[in-house]
Design a protein around this ligand. Structure first.
Ligand SMILES: *Cc1c(COP(=O)(O)O)cnc(C)c1O
Length: 386
Protein backbone atom coordinates (compact mmCIF):
# COMPACT_ATOMS: atom_id res chain seq x y z
CA UNK A 1 0.00 0.00 0.00
CA UNK A 2 1.14 3.50 -0.78
CA UNK A 3 1.25 5.44 2.50
CA UNK A 4 -1.39 8.15 2.82
CA UNK A 5 0.08 11.62 2.44
CA UNK A 6 0.42 13.56 5.70
CA UNK A 7 -2.42 16.04 5.86
CA UNK A 8 -1.52 19.65 5.33
CA UNK A 9 -3.39 22.89 4.92
CA UNK A 10 -3.44 24.20 1.36
CA UNK A 11 -3.49 27.99 1.40
CA UNK A 12 -2.13 28.40 -2.11
CA UNK A 13 -3.72 30.20 -5.07
CA UNK A 14 -4.63 26.77 -6.46
CA UNK A 15 -4.92 23.93 -5.71
CA UNK A 16 -7.23 24.53 -2.76
CA UNK A 17 -8.93 22.57 0.05
CA UNK A 18 -11.78 20.43 -1.32
CA UNK A 19 -15.08 20.12 0.61
CA UNK A 20 -15.99 16.70 2.01
CA UNK A 21 -19.18 16.52 -0.06
CA UNK A 22 -17.18 16.83 -3.29
CA UNK A 23 -14.63 14.25 -2.12
CA UNK A 24 -17.53 11.86 -1.46
CA UNK A 25 -18.87 12.45 -4.97
CA UNK A 26 -15.44 11.44 -6.32
CA UNK A 27 -15.63 8.12 -4.48
CA UNK A 28 -18.72 7.04 -6.45
CA UNK A 29 -18.26 4.41 -9.19
CA UNK A 30 -16.84 5.59 -12.48
CA UNK A 31 -19.53 5.92 -15.13
CA UNK A 32 -19.23 5.92 -18.91
CA UNK A 33 -19.47 9.28 -20.62
CA UNK A 34 -21.93 8.15 -23.31
CA UNK A 35 -24.76 7.27 -20.92
CA UNK A 36 -28.03 9.04 -20.06
CA UNK A 37 -26.81 9.30 -16.47
CA UNK A 38 -23.71 11.28 -17.41
CA UNK A 39 -25.52 13.30 -20.09
CA UNK A 40 -27.78 14.71 -17.38
CA UNK A 41 -24.74 15.81 -15.38
CA UNK A 42 -23.03 17.34 -18.43
CA UNK A 43 -26.15 19.15 -19.61
CA UNK A 44 -26.65 20.65 -16.16
CA UNK A 45 -22.99 21.70 -15.78
CA UNK A 46 -22.79 23.42 -19.18
CA UNK A 47 -25.98 25.37 -18.52
CA UNK A 48 -25.06 26.24 -14.92
CA UNK A 49 -21.59 27.45 -15.97
CA UNK A 50 -23.13 29.71 -18.63
CA UNK A 51 -25.50 31.09 -15.97
CA UNK A 52 -22.61 31.65 -13.55
CA UNK A 53 -20.53 33.42 -16.23
CA UNK A 54 -23.51 35.31 -17.72
CA UNK A 55 -22.35 34.03 -21.12
CA UNK A 56 -23.99 32.65 -24.27
CA UNK A 57 -22.01 29.39 -24.05
CA UNK A 58 -19.72 27.51 -21.70
CA UNK A 59 -17.21 24.79 -22.62
CA UNK A 60 -15.56 22.28 -20.29
CA UNK A 61 -12.08 21.13 -21.36
CA UNK A 62 -9.94 18.33 -19.95
CA UNK A 63 -6.86 20.46 -19.28
CA UNK A 64 -5.36 22.71 -16.66
CA UNK A 65 -6.05 26.43 -16.82
CA UNK A 66 -3.17 27.00 -19.22
CA UNK A 67 -4.81 24.65 -21.73
CA UNK A 68 -7.88 26.87 -21.46
CA UNK A 69 -5.66 29.88 -22.20
CA UNK A 70 -4.05 28.14 -25.17
CA UNK A 71 -7.48 27.34 -26.62
CA UNK A 72 -8.34 31.04 -26.30
CA UNK A 73 -5.31 31.74 -28.48
CA UNK A 74 -5.66 28.98 -31.11
CA UNK A 75 -9.42 29.53 -31.55
CA UNK A 76 -9.32 33.32 -31.67
CA UNK A 77 -6.29 34.24 -33.77
CA UNK A 78 -4.85 33.42 -37.15
CA UNK A 79 -1.13 33.67 -37.93
CA UNK A 80 -0.15 37.31 -38.49
CA UNK A 81 -3.05 38.75 -36.48
CA UNK A 82 -2.27 41.66 -34.21
CA UNK A 83 -3.11 41.20 -30.53
CA UNK A 84 -2.66 43.33 -27.41
CA UNK A 85 -1.46 41.63 -24.22
CA UNK A 86 -1.53 43.24 -20.79
CA UNK A 87 1.59 42.03 -19.01
CA UNK A 88 1.69 42.65 -15.27
CA UNK A 89 3.39 39.44 -14.12
CA UNK A 90 4.06 35.78 -14.95
CA UNK A 91 0.61 34.99 -16.31
CA UNK A 92 0.51 38.03 -18.58
CA UNK A 93 3.86 36.86 -19.98
CA UNK A 94 2.19 33.50 -20.64
CA UNK A 95 -0.54 35.12 -22.81
CA UNK A 96 2.11 36.95 -24.84
CA UNK A 97 4.35 33.88 -25.27
CA UNK A 98 1.43 31.69 -26.35
CA UNK A 99 0.26 34.30 -28.88
CA UNK A 100 3.81 34.49 -30.29
CA UNK A 101 4.01 30.70 -30.57
CA UNK A 102 0.85 30.81 -32.71
CA UNK A 103 2.34 33.45 -34.96
CA UNK A 104 0.53 36.57 -33.77
CA UNK A 105 2.06 40.02 -33.87
CA UNK A 106 2.01 40.85 -30.16
CA UNK A 107 1.74 44.39 -28.80
CA UNK A 108 2.62 44.46 -25.12
CA UNK A 109 1.23 46.80 -22.51
CA UNK A 110 3.76 46.37 -19.73
CA UNK A 111 2.48 47.20 -16.27
CA UNK A 112 4.84 47.35 -13.26
CA UNK A 113 4.51 44.19 -11.14
CA UNK A 114 2.12 44.79 -8.24
CA UNK A 115 0.17 47.53 -10.02
CA UNK A 116 -3.15 47.42 -11.82
CA UNK A 117 -3.53 48.54 -15.42
CA UNK A 118 -3.70 52.32 -15.67
CA UNK A 119 -6.86 53.00 -17.70
CA UNK A 120 -5.41 55.99 -19.58
CA UNK A 121 -2.53 53.83 -20.81
CA UNK A 122 -4.89 51.03 -21.75
CA UNK A 123 -7.00 53.46 -23.77
CA UNK A 124 -3.86 54.82 -25.47
CA UNK A 125 -2.80 51.30 -26.48
CA UNK A 126 -6.22 50.59 -27.97
CA UNK A 127 -6.04 53.81 -29.99
CA UNK A 128 -2.43 53.19 -31.02
CA UNK A 129 -3.12 49.68 -32.35
CA UNK A 130 -6.49 49.89 -34.11
CA UNK A 131 -5.94 46.61 -35.99
CA UNK A 132 -5.74 44.48 -32.85
CA UNK A 133 -8.04 41.43 -33.17
CA UNK A 134 -7.93 40.24 -29.57
CA UNK A 135 -7.09 41.97 -26.28
CA UNK A 136 -5.75 39.55 -23.66
CA UNK A 137 -5.51 40.29 -19.96
CA UNK A 138 -5.63 38.62 -16.60
CA UNK A 139 -8.47 39.62 -14.28
CA UNK A 140 -6.27 38.81 -11.29
CA UNK A 141 -2.53 38.48 -11.97
CA UNK A 142 -1.77 35.69 -9.51
CA UNK A 143 2.02 36.16 -9.46
CA UNK A 144 1.59 39.60 -7.88
CA UNK A 145 -1.88 39.11 -6.30
CA UNK A 146 -3.18 42.12 -8.23
CA UNK A 147 -6.68 42.83 -9.52
CA UNK A 148 -7.21 44.73 -12.78
CA UNK A 149 -10.19 47.10 -13.37
CA UNK A 150 -11.86 44.68 -15.78
CA UNK A 151 -15.27 46.36 -16.00
CA UNK A 152 -13.71 49.67 -17.08
CA UNK A 153 -11.31 47.85 -19.44
CA UNK A 154 -14.24 46.05 -21.07
CA UNK A 155 -15.99 49.38 -21.62
CA UNK A 156 -12.85 50.84 -23.26
CA UNK A 157 -12.42 47.83 -25.56
CA UNK A 158 -16.01 48.26 -26.67
CA UNK A 159 -15.58 52.00 -27.22
CA UNK A 160 -12.29 52.00 -29.12
CA UNK A 161 -12.07 48.72 -31.01
CA UNK A 162 -13.81 45.77 -32.59
CA UNK A 163 -11.46 43.39 -30.84
CA UNK A 164 -12.47 40.37 -28.83
CA UNK A 165 -11.80 40.93 -25.11
CA UNK A 166 -10.44 37.66 -23.69
CA UNK A 167 -9.61 37.39 -20.00
CA UNK A 168 -7.80 34.86 -17.87
CA UNK A 169 -10.18 34.77 -14.91
CA UNK A 170 -8.59 31.66 -13.42
CA UNK A 171 -8.16 33.30 -9.99
CA UNK A 172 -11.19 35.56 -10.41
CA UNK A 173 -14.21 33.55 -11.62
CA UNK A 174 -16.22 32.77 -8.49
CA UNK A 175 -14.13 35.17 -6.37
CA UNK A 176 -15.80 38.35 -7.55
CA UNK A 177 -18.75 39.33 -9.73
CA UNK A 178 -17.70 39.11 -13.42
CA UNK A 179 -20.87 39.28 -15.52
CA UNK A 180 -19.55 38.72 -19.03
CA UNK A 181 -22.43 40.31 -20.96
CA UNK A 182 -22.66 43.41 -18.79
CA UNK A 183 -18.91 43.96 -18.67
CA UNK A 184 -18.26 43.34 -22.38
CA UNK A 185 -16.09 40.27 -21.82
CA UNK A 186 -16.25 38.05 -24.92
CA UNK A 187 -14.16 35.14 -23.66
CA UNK A 188 -13.34 34.11 -20.12
CA UNK A 189 -11.07 31.27 -18.98
CA UNK A 190 -11.45 29.60 -15.56
CA UNK A 191 -9.83 26.59 -13.89
CA UNK A 192 -11.13 23.84 -11.60
CA UNK A 193 -8.45 24.01 -8.88
CA UNK A 194 -9.28 27.58 -7.87
CA UNK A 195 -12.66 28.94 -6.67
CA UNK A 196 -14.46 25.83 -8.03
CA UNK A 197 -13.05 23.81 -5.09
CA UNK A 198 -12.02 20.87 -7.31
CA UNK A 199 -8.69 19.20 -8.07
CA UNK A 200 -6.61 20.40 -11.01
CA UNK A 201 -7.64 19.09 -14.43
CA UNK A 202 -10.55 21.04 -15.92
CA UNK A 203 -10.61 24.37 -17.68
CA UNK A 204 -13.81 26.27 -18.36
CA UNK A 205 -14.42 28.74 -21.18
CA UNK A 206 -17.26 31.25 -21.19
CA UNK A 207 -17.86 32.71 -24.66
CA UNK A 208 -20.36 34.72 -26.64
CA UNK A 209 -21.62 34.42 -30.23
CA UNK A 210 -19.00 36.89 -31.47
CA UNK A 211 -16.25 34.57 -30.17
CA UNK A 212 -18.01 31.49 -31.60
CA UNK A 213 -17.96 33.12 -35.04
CA UNK A 214 -14.30 34.10 -34.80
CA UNK A 215 -13.44 30.53 -33.75
CA UNK A 216 -15.16 29.17 -36.87
CA UNK A 217 -12.83 31.12 -39.17
CA UNK A 218 -9.55 31.21 -37.20
CA UNK A 219 -6.72 29.59 -39.15
CA UNK A 220 -4.41 28.57 -36.29
CA UNK A 221 -3.74 24.83 -36.25
CA UNK A 222 -5.82 22.99 -33.65
CA UNK A 223 -7.29 19.55 -33.21
CA UNK A 224 -8.06 18.66 -29.59
CA UNK A 225 -9.01 22.17 -28.46
CA UNK A 226 -11.44 23.08 -31.23
CA UNK A 227 -14.26 25.17 -29.79
CA UNK A 228 -16.32 24.66 -32.95
CA UNK A 229 -16.14 20.85 -32.67
CA UNK A 230 -16.67 20.99 -28.90
CA UNK A 231 -19.80 23.15 -29.25
CA UNK A 232 -21.13 20.82 -31.97
CA UNK A 233 -20.68 17.88 -29.59
CA UNK A 234 -22.19 19.85 -26.68
CA UNK A 235 -25.31 20.52 -28.79
CA UNK A 236 -25.84 16.74 -28.70
CA UNK A 237 -25.04 16.70 -24.93
CA UNK A 238 -21.68 15.09 -25.62
CA UNK A 239 -18.08 16.19 -25.30
CA UNK A 240 -15.82 16.05 -28.37
CA UNK A 241 -13.60 13.37 -26.77
CA UNK A 242 -13.99 11.24 -23.61
CA UNK A 243 -15.25 13.32 -20.69
CA UNK A 244 -13.38 13.26 -17.38
CA UNK A 245 -16.61 12.07 -15.78
CA UNK A 246 -15.38 11.96 -12.17
CA UNK A 247 -14.18 15.56 -12.18
CA UNK A 248 -17.34 16.73 -13.92
CA UNK A 249 -19.49 14.95 -11.31
CA UNK A 250 -17.57 16.93 -8.67
CA UNK A 251 -18.25 20.08 -10.69
CA UNK A 252 -21.96 19.26 -10.62
CA UNK A 253 -21.88 19.00 -6.82
CA UNK A 254 -20.19 22.42 -6.65
CA UNK A 255 -22.52 24.12 -9.14
CA UNK A 256 -25.71 22.71 -7.58
CA UNK A 257 -24.61 24.04 -4.18
CA UNK A 258 -23.80 27.40 -5.78
CA UNK A 259 -27.22 27.59 -7.43
CA UNK A 260 -28.92 26.59 -4.20
CA UNK A 261 -27.07 29.03 -1.94
CA UNK A 262 -25.89 31.78 -4.31
CA UNK A 263 -22.46 32.48 -5.79
CA UNK A 264 -22.23 35.61 -3.66
CA UNK A 265 -21.60 33.34 -0.67
CA UNK A 266 -18.39 32.13 -2.35
CA UNK A 267 -17.45 35.68 -3.30
CA UNK A 268 -18.11 37.04 0.20
CA UNK A 269 -15.93 34.31 1.71
CA UNK A 270 -12.99 35.27 -0.58
CA UNK A 271 -13.55 38.94 0.23
CA UNK A 272 -13.64 38.29 3.99
CA UNK A 273 -10.55 36.05 4.04
CA UNK A 274 -8.59 38.50 1.89
CA UNK A 275 -9.63 41.47 4.02
CA UNK A 276 -8.71 39.59 7.19
CA UNK A 277 -5.33 38.68 5.67
CA UNK A 278 -4.61 42.28 4.67
CA UNK A 279 -5.60 43.72 8.05
CA UNK A 280 -3.75 41.09 10.10
CA UNK A 281 -0.65 41.46 7.91
CA UNK A 282 -0.57 45.20 8.64
CA UNK A 283 -1.40 44.64 12.34
CA UNK A 284 1.60 42.29 12.58
CA UNK A 285 3.87 45.06 11.31
CA UNK A 286 4.31 43.59 7.82
CA UNK A 287 3.19 45.16 4.56
CA UNK A 288 1.34 44.25 1.37
CA UNK A 289 3.04 43.89 -1.99
CA UNK A 290 0.19 44.74 -4.34
CA UNK A 291 -1.20 48.24 -4.76
CA UNK A 292 -4.50 46.76 -6.01
CA UNK A 293 -5.04 43.61 -3.92
CA UNK A 294 -7.23 40.76 -5.14
CA UNK A 295 -9.92 38.94 -3.14
CA UNK A 296 -8.52 35.57 -4.31
CA UNK A 297 -4.89 35.81 -3.23
CA UNK A 298 -2.77 38.14 -1.07
CA UNK A 299 0.95 38.84 -1.43
CA UNK A 300 2.55 39.55 1.95
CA UNK A 301 5.72 41.61 1.64
CA UNK A 302 8.34 40.19 4.01
CA UNK A 303 10.92 42.21 5.97
CA UNK A 304 14.19 42.45 4.01
CA UNK A 305 16.04 40.49 6.72
CA UNK A 306 13.86 37.42 6.06
CA UNK A 307 14.65 34.79 3.45
CA UNK A 308 11.16 34.08 2.18
CA UNK A 309 12.09 30.74 0.61
CA UNK A 310 13.35 29.42 3.95
CA UNK A 311 10.31 30.78 5.78
CA UNK A 312 7.95 29.16 3.24
CA UNK A 313 9.76 25.81 3.59
CA UNK A 314 9.65 26.10 7.39
CA UNK A 315 5.87 26.70 7.35
CA UNK A 316 5.43 23.58 5.23
CA UNK A 317 7.78 21.22 7.06
CA UNK A 318 7.15 22.38 10.63
CA UNK A 319 3.47 23.34 10.50
CA UNK A 320 2.01 21.61 7.46
CA UNK A 321 0.89 24.99 6.13
CA UNK A 322 1.47 25.39 2.40
CA UNK A 323 1.63 28.85 0.88
CA UNK A 324 3.48 30.04 -2.22
CA UNK A 325 6.55 32.23 -2.49
CA UNK A 326 7.36 34.83 -5.12
CA UNK A 327 8.52 34.21 -8.69
CA UNK A 328 11.40 35.76 -10.64
CA UNK A 329 12.58 38.99 -8.96
CA UNK A 330 10.03 38.48 -6.17
CA UNK A 331 11.62 35.16 -5.17
CA UNK A 332 12.20 35.12 -1.41
CA UNK A 333 10.55 38.50 -0.93
CA UNK A 334 6.85 37.73 -0.69
CA UNK A 335 4.49 35.01 0.47
CA UNK A 336 1.33 34.43 -1.55
CA UNK A 337 -1.67 33.21 0.41
CA UNK A 338 -4.76 31.91 -1.40
CA UNK A 339 -8.33 32.59 -0.28
CA UNK A 340 -10.19 30.16 -2.56
CA UNK A 341 -11.60 26.73 -1.78
CA UNK A 342 -13.04 25.30 1.41
CA UNK A 343 -10.88 27.29 3.84
CA UNK A 344 -12.02 27.17 7.47
CA UNK A 345 -11.48 29.86 10.08
CA UNK A 346 -9.13 27.43 11.91
CA UNK A 347 -6.91 27.29 8.81
CA UNK A 348 -6.53 31.06 8.92
CA UNK A 349 -5.69 31.02 12.65
CA UNK A 350 -3.16 28.25 12.12
CA UNK A 351 -1.55 30.18 9.26
CA UNK A 352 -1.07 33.43 11.18
CA UNK A 353 0.05 31.71 14.39
CA UNK A 354 2.56 29.70 12.32
CA UNK A 355 3.71 32.79 10.41
CA UNK A 356 4.28 34.65 13.65
CA UNK A 357 6.29 31.75 15.09
CA UNK A 358 8.20 31.29 11.84
CA UNK A 359 9.18 34.96 11.68
CA UNK A 360 10.41 34.71 15.26
CA UNK A 361 12.51 31.66 14.37
CA UNK A 362 14.16 33.82 11.71
CA UNK A 363 14.64 36.69 14.20
CA UNK A 364 11.76 38.95 13.31
CA UNK A 365 9.33 39.84 16.07
CA UNK A 366 5.85 40.35 14.58
CA UNK A 367 3.37 42.44 16.58
CA UNK A 368 0.81 40.40 18.50
CA UNK A 369 -2.83 41.09 19.26
CA UNK A 370 -4.31 40.51 15.82
CA UNK A 371 -6.53 37.55 16.82
CA UNK A 372 -9.65 39.65 17.42
CA UNK A 373 -9.55 41.19 13.92
CA UNK A 374 -9.03 37.78 12.33
CA UNK A 375 -11.89 36.12 14.18
CA UNK A 376 -14.30 38.98 13.59
CA UNK A 377 -13.75 39.24 9.82
CA UNK A 378 -13.55 35.48 9.09
CA UNK A 379 -16.74 34.69 10.98
CA UNK A 380 -18.59 37.34 8.95
CA UNK A 381 -18.81 35.08 5.88
CA UNK A 382 -19.93 31.45 6.00
CA UNK A 383 -18.64 28.58 3.87
CA UNK A 384 -20.49 27.23 0.82
CA UNK A 385 -20.28 23.67 2.21
CA UNK A 386 -20.90 24.06 5.97
C1 LIG B 1 -3.46 29.04 -11.78
C2 LIG B 1 -3.44 30.03 -12.88
C3 LIG B 1 -3.35 29.65 -14.24
C4 LIG B 1 -3.38 28.23 -14.72
O1 LIG B 1 -2.41 27.44 -14.34
P1 LIG B 1 -2.48 25.87 -14.62
O2 LIG B 1 -1.33 25.42 -13.80
O3 LIG B 1 -2.32 25.66 -16.04
O4 LIG B 1 -3.82 25.39 -14.13
C5 LIG B 1 -3.43 30.62 -15.22
N1 LIG B 1 -3.58 31.91 -14.91
C6 LIG B 1 -3.67 32.34 -13.64
C7 LIG B 1 -3.88 33.79 -13.38
C8 LIG B 1 -3.60 31.41 -12.59
O5 LIG B 1 -3.71 31.83 -11.33
Amino acid sequence: MIPITKSSVLLTPGPVPIPQEILERFSQPVIHHRTPQFEKTLEYCLAALARMFDSDHAIIQASTGSGGMESAISNLISPGDEVLCVISGKFGERWARMAEVYGAKVHKLEVPWGEAVELGQFEDSLKKYPKVRVVYSQVCETSTATLHPIQAMGALVKEYSNAIFAVDAITAAGCLALPMRKWNIDVMVAGSQKAFMLPTGLSFIGLNEKAVNVAKTSRSPKYYFSWTEELNANAKVQTYFSSPTTLIMGLETFLRKVEQKGIDLVQRRCEALSEATRKVTLAMGLSLFSKAPSPSVTAIQLPSSINGEKLRDWLESEKGVIVMGGQDHLKGKILRVGHMGDIRDEHMKLFFASLSEGLKTFNFEAKSGYEGILQQICSRAGRLFE
